[in-house]
Design a protein around this ligand. Structure first.
Ligand code: C2E
Ligand code: CA
Ligand code: CA
Length: 712
């Protein structure tokens, strides 16, 4: 899964949301603007229609008024039958305070343009109404004869007016006349105010001059020319409406944007959490929780990347701690964990040129080196690490010693599967362990055959253990003074009927690494004890691998076997090599204490091959020290070796330990070793390892010799 970063989130989610919001806002405003202009237009049309309607109504009203007054018997009598000025003045020419719906009234004769009677309220008196009305006058006057009334708007010198001309007639006598009644109404501010009030139109006004092209409302006169132009304030109801709507929409959208911002922030947080969770999960998947170092998965990923990038020059050092299990068993897992952390930190510090330091799990670490010098760097690191671990760790006063066996392998330009690289390093590491631990070993192809052989040996060993077919031989140990057999050392032998011949060194080593040593050791002790029952007067020495001491049940099991064969534990001596003991001295001491309590004696084997000090000898209080054959073989030729033997004997005497020289092959050696003060002698000069029957025979022979000597 790819990680979602902040910018991608902004680009993919937040930006579109923001743009969509803007789009919606824009669309909404555009829509509102359209609604607004539509509303404005219809409002304008409504106003115009209303004004037109009002004026047409006023025109019609004036026409009706004029017609009603003209078709009146009384009028006919006083204007046609007689021309009664007084009547005119007292009727039509009265303009009472309440107002008449006309401002000028005139009675027109049949032909003369001058009115017979005329009266006016606001329009200044103008006797020539024909001139006043212009072409409208003629249009009104020259209408069809059967049309009783005609009306028109007109633009006059006095401003716009409505004019109505009606033929005076006697309805009763059913007589028409040639005379006409003319009524004129000024379209003035008062009238417009009336319209404003009645039709709820704002502020209507007259254009000063008729015929202006941009006029809003143009009414034509009967002659077809524009008579008046009106303007008014459009209320722009749409603007008001939309202003309100825009306000609301802005509020709603602001709210929406707020909500979306909220959602965006929440989403952002969620995604950030996801991203960090993902990063954490990835980190966790690739790191060891205890040390924080990269783990196996991280290493495999890195190796894969190297291979894919064509970087084929790299090496790895596969380090396995020696003695870690013992630390864990005796101090507990908490201390074990702390030790692992300390070692991990140490490795990271020491591996200055490493590309990666990983913990593979347990007590295994892999250090990766990349580049042309990779293998040399790995060797250099392994050497440093081993030297670093020589110094014991001090954890709150508890001293613990661990070592490391390191397997090294390099690719040297060859493309190899990651698992193969690890396998090779692992084999090299096991080789380092088998060679005596605390060392590094560089992979060699022969290791594979060796490893396969070891696997086969382990398999056969399992069978040998379960069938109890292991052979045991016994090498006599002679008393240095009497040169009589005072003990035997049990030595394990690969069954003679087996197809292969495996030396004890080899199969003991395999048993140790394959986890078979406890059972094998018990079988050896069992067989040795079984044989030793026939030799009640001599001591029985049995070799024990230090690995066996790690088993908490070791003492119990050993004592059970010894008791089962009814062997006096005081006859039994267990031999341990010095190098194997240093790793967990405290534990060894505790085990020795328990064994001694039961009467069992402890011998230090192969003395002189390791790094024993006087302090070391005192710590363990060995009952016997066995000087290694490598020293014994040189005592004659090399005075220094003899000095070692002499010094050891001095120290041993001080610690009241016995000293056995092993590997004695020559008579001259016997003399020197006896002189030096060895209490026991063992070697081919006396006996090669013997079968149990041979030992029995030897003992019988010695017994016989002794009796014979006694007789003599
Ligand atoms: P080790 O305990 O030092 O045993 C003595 C070895 O020296 C034996 O070899 C023995 O055969 C050999 N040896 C004795 N006298 C002479 C001599 O005069 N000259 C020479 N050149 N060699 C002599 P072996 O039996 O091959 O055992 C080798 C090692 O294998 C032993 O060394 C011991 O460490 C281990 N081993 C043998 N048997 C057992 C066993 O039962 N248990 C354990 N844990 N280790 C055993
Ligand atoms: Ca031995
Ligand atoms: Ca030995």
């Amino acid at each position: 899964m790819r990680s979602i970063n902040g910018w991608r989130f902004l680009l993919v989610i937040a930006l579109p949301i923001f743009l969509a919001s803007l789009g919606v806002l824009g669309l909404t405003f555009d829509l509102l603007d359209r609604v607004s202009s539509n509303a404005n237009l219809s409002e304008y049309k409504r106003n115009r229609d209303l004004i037109v309607q009002a004026l047409k109504l006023a025109e019609a009203d004036l026409g009706t008024l004029a017609q009603n007054n003209a078709q009146w018997d009384n009028a006919y009598a006083n204007t046609v039958t007689s021309s009664n000025a007084q009547w005119f003045n007292s009727t039509w020419a009265q303009f009472p305070a309440g107002g008449t719906p006309y401002d000028l009234v005139a009675v027109l004769g049949p032909s003369s343009p001058r009115p017979e009677h005329i009266a006016s309220r606001t329009v200044p008196m103008q006797s020539d109404v024909a001139a006043l009305l212009g072409p409208v006058f003629n249009a009104l006057a020259e209408r069809d004869a059967d049309q009783p009334v005609a009306t028109s708007f007109a633009y006059t010198a006095q401003g716009p007016v409505i004019a109505a001309m009606a033929r005076i007639a006697s309805p009763t006598g059913n007589v028409k006349s040639e005379k006409q009644l003319l009524m004129i109404r000024t379209i003035d501010a008062a009238m417009l105010a009336g319209i404003e009030k009645a039709y709820l139109v704002n502020n209507i006004w007259l254009e000063p001059e008729a015929g202006q092209p941009q006029s809003d409302l143009r009414l034509h006169d009967a002659a077809g020319t524009p008579a008046l132009v009106l303007r008014w304030d459009n209320s722009r109801i749409g603007d008001a409406m939309v202003g309100w709507a825009k306000q609301k929409a802005s509020a709603v959208l602001s709210f929406l944007i707020l909500v979306m911002t909220g959602i965006t922030v929440v989403c952002w947080r969620l995604i950030q959490n996801l991203v960090t969770n993902e990063a954490k999960a990835r980190h966790d998947a690739l790191h060891d929780p205890l040390t924080g170092m990269p783990n196996r998965a991280a290493l495999l990923e890195r190796l894969q990347n190297l291979r894919q990038a064509g970087q084929l020059d790299y090496a790895i050092a596969f380090a396995d701690l020696d003695g870690f299990k013992e630390v864990n068993d005796s101090f507990g897992h908490d201390i074990g964990d702390r030790l692992i952390r300390a070692v991990g930190a140490g490795i990271s510090l020491l591996a200055t040129s490493a590309a990666m330091c990983c913990r593979m799990g347990g007590d295994e670490f892999v250090i990766l080196f990349v580049g042309g010098n990779a293998e040399a760097s790995a060797r250099e690191f392994a050497d440093r690490m081993i030297r670093f671990l020589v110094k014991p760790f001090d954890m709150e006063g508890r001293i613990m010693a661990v070592g490391a066996s390191v397997g090294i392998t390099g690719t040297a330009g060859v493309e190899l599967e990651e698992t193969e690289i690890l396998r090779r390093a692992d084999i090299a590491m096991y080789k380092a362990k088998a060679d005596g631990r605390n060392r590094f070993c560089v992979y060699d192809e022969t290791f594979d055959t060796e490893r396969n052989e070891n696997l086969a040996i382990a398999a056969e060993l399992r069978k040998i253990i379960s069938n109890r077919t292991l052979d045991i031989v016994f090498q006599p140990v002679m008393d240095a003074r009497t040169l009589r057999m005072t003990g035997v050392e049990a030595l394990a032998r690969w069954p003679v009927n087996s197809a292969r011949k495996i030396t004890p060194d080899r199969f003991i080593g395999v048993a140790e690494t394959a986890g078979l040593i406890d059972d094998l050791g018990e079988l050896i002790l069992h067989k040795a004890c079984a044989a030793a029952r026939d030799w009640p007067d001599i001591k029985l020495a049995v070799n024990v691998s230090a690995v066996q001491l790690n088993n908490p049940r070791f003492v119990d099991r050993a004592l059970t076997v010894i008791e089962a064969h009814r062997i006096d534990p005081r006859r039994v001596e267990l031999e341990l090599t010095e190098t194997s003991l240093v790793r967990d001295a405290d534990r060894a001491k505790a085990v020795f204490k328990q064994l001694r309590l039961a009467g069992i004696r402890i011998a230090l084997d192969d003395f002189g091959t390791g790094f024993s000090s006087i302090g070391y000898l005192r710590t363990f209080q060995f009952d016997r020290i066995k000087i290694d054959k490598s020293i014994v073989s040189k005592v004659l030729s090399n005075p220094a070796e003899l000095a070692i033997v002499q010094g050891t004997l001095l120290v041993a005497r001080g610690l009241s330990a016995e000293v056995t020289a092993e590997g004695v092959e020559r008579e001259e050696e016997v003399a020197v070793l006896r002189l030096a003060g060895c209490t026991g002698l063992q070697g081919f000069f006396f006996h090669k390892p013997l079968t149990a029957q041979q030992v029995t025979a030897e003992l019988a022979k010695a017994q016989q010799g002794h009796s014979l000597r006694g007789v003599a």
